[in-house]
Design a protein around this ligand. Structure first.
Ligand code: TRP
Length: 337
């Protein structure tokens, strides 16, 4: 059996929050320990498909993401972190693959459809102003994956239609040009989506309900003080239901040793919400402290980040060059020795 290659990507549009941490980064940390090649792509070209008018934002967030990832324990000795735009072979493959996908198939991609609706400002009320680049980003994501022979792709559920589209491209390519590409498989994370401070099913930057790894102690305290609790609880010794309380929800992520007490005191009216929030603030800050310390180190040593990104990109590019070479041979794109 051929060795598996793990590959995943993240768009540099903002800092990492707890939703990313518990939903994705934690899995990456485990995966990087199993010895398989692991690529982490910072997908700046993909981020530009819906941020083409904000190049500074994307540029700044490439480094911010790298800092966040390293601070969380992604180890560049085990994980190849690279920048998408600095591997031009990915763009080259995107052009080749674009012949293998119909426009109507892209319009039917559920992920593209859903995102198009969220981006009415850019793409129009009914998607009438959608760009060629955004509509086609699933093709470029297929290039991200196949340029490194990625075969195991850790992603969230929302990414499954993109993976399916990539598999279709791979099959069509192999059918026409010969068996060259590997059909990737999704690896779904077993953590459900992390909810926001307001109880929303999703934690998100644009929803204003997220806790970022980069938040200061003071900001964490302010955010947690404003988190949604059981709205039926009025007085501090009222009995309440921890299952509808976001403060308890986050205790479950960072205060594992003390959970039963928190839960039973809440149910029995023995703990007020303010005290409970204060305890969570302390636990959250304890959880974030080592990450924060590493972040501060990297913020003071930008040259260390540059080195990781440059070395990772160089390593990734060497692989992409050789894969692109093989792809072109099969496509008869070779004219001189
Ligand atoms: N589309 C992914 C997201 O928004 C990011 C991504 C880019 C990706 N390239 C990838 C994920 C390749 C997996 C494989 O989260």
């Amino acid at each position: 059996m051929k060795e598996k290659t793990i590959l995943t990507g993240i768009r540099p549009t903002g800092n990492i929050h707890l939703g990313h941490y518990f939903g994705a980064v934690q899995t990456w940390k485990k995966l990087q320990e199993n010895g398989l090649p692991f690529y982490l792509e910072i997908a700046d070209v993909q981020a530009l498909t819906d941020n083409f008018n904000q190049p500074e934002k994307v540029n700044k967030n490439v480094r911010e993401l790298a800092i966040d990832a390293l601070s969380c324990g992604i180890d560049p000795e085990k994980t190849t972190i690279f920048i998408q735009s600095m591997v031009p072979e990915i763009a080259e493959l995107t052009v080749f693959y674009s012949n293998l996908v119909t426009i109507s198939r892209l319009y039917r991609n559920p992920t593209v459809k859903a995102e198009m609706k969220q981006k009415r400002e850019l793409f129009g009320e009914n998607g009438e102003s959608i760009t060629y680049g955004f509509l086609g980003y699933p093709v470029s994501q297929a290039a991200d994956i196949t340029a490194f022979r990625g075969s195991l792709i850790p992603v969230g559920e929302d990414q499954l239609p993109l993976l399916e589209q990539c598999r279709e491209i791979v099959r069509k390519f192999n059918h026409i040009y010969g068996e060259v590409l590997v059909e990737p498989e999704a690896m779904l994370s077993d953590t459900p989506r992390i909810k926001g401070l307001d109880g929303n099913e999703k934690m998100g930057k644009s929803l204003g309900n997220a806790i970022f790894l980069s938040d200061s102690e003071e900001l964490i305290a302010k955010k947690i003080m404003g988190a949604l609790t059981d709205t039926k609880k009025i007085k501090k010794d009222d009995q309440a239901n921890p299952d509808v309380c976001m403060v308890f929800y986050y205790h479950k992520l960072v205060n594992l040793n003390h959970l039963e007490t928190v839960c039973s005191e809440c149910k029995n009216g023995l703990r007020g919400c303010v005290a409970c929030k204060k305890e969570l603030i302390e636990q959250m800050n304890t959880f974030l402290k080592p990450i924060r310390e590493k972040r501060n180190y990297y913020l003071e040593h930008p040259e260390a980040i540059d080195q990781v990104l440059q070395e990772g990109t160089k390593k990734a590019r060497a692989v992409a060059i050789s894969v692109a070479q093989e792809i072109k041979e099969h496509m008869k794109i070779r004219y001189f020795e």
